[in-house]
Design a protein. Structure first.
Length: 215
């Protein structure tokens, strides 16, 4: 009888306790092995180049750059790796953006204890892992193709700038966080205000809170 191949997994999350918790869940399976742990996006990008890696668990909120940002580099370097995005955010905030950027699935950290192993098995087979919540969001988008909410017209960078401003960060603080220039962030802010027909940060913050785009 042939021995089935183990699924090699990389965990990328900046919280050591969470990485340990995920490892503990996966340790209870016979066919999944954690081969590397990354604490930030740069490490995740580097480790995911490993040709033996099958699945990457990638936190959406990393200290040096966003997971969606890192995802684009990862899929360029290693198109075969299946990336399962992990997030504290509800599905309606980032799931569709992550899938469009090349993720194989999106999982809330709160669901990890029950859904993680099944999600890894699904994406390792080359399939998408989509929760009922995400399926509903995708279905609604198809139904209302021409009725996009203003924030859905934003690019990933513009959307990221929106959520960070609404979280109380200044343009200069966002520039440091995203490793970009103040001029670039100011350009994203100007673009998103124009696209959303808003005048200033107070209106932007009100919109973000009203639409549950910030915690």
């Amino acid at each position: 009888m042939a021995i089935s191949k183990k699924i090699n997994v990389i965990i990328a999350d900046d919280h050591a306790i969470l990485r340990a918790g995920l490892k503990q869940i996966l340790a209870e399976t016979d066919d999944i092995v954690v081969i590397a742990e990354a604490q930030n996006a740069n490490e995740a990008i580097k480790f995911s180049r490993n040709p033996d890696a099958d699945v990457l668990l990638l936190d959406i909120s990393l200290p040096d750059r966003s997971g969606i940002d890192a995802l684009k580099y990862i899929k360029k370097d290693n198109p075969k790796i299946a990336v399962l995005m992990l997030s504290m955010h509800r599905e309606d905030q980032y799931a569709v953006r992550a899938l469009k950027a090349g993720a194989a699935g999106y999982l809330c950290k709160q669901s990890a204890s029950t859904d993680l192993v099944g999600a890894i098995h699904t994406v390792a087979k080359g399939k998408k892992f989509i929760t009922p919540e995400v399926a509903e969001i995708l279905a609604n988008q198809v139904d209302a193709k021409n009725e996009k909410a203003p924030h859905e017209t934003l690019s990933d960078r513009e959307f990221q700038t929106l959520t960070l401003i609404a979280s109380g960060l200044s343009v200069s603080e966002i520039a440091v966080k995203l490793s970009l220039s103040v001029k670039t962030i100011s350009m994203y802010r100007a673009r998103l205000l124009e696209k959303m027909q808003l005048k200033h940060n107070a209106e932007l913050t009100h919109y973000a809170i009203k639409n549950n785009l910030v915690e």
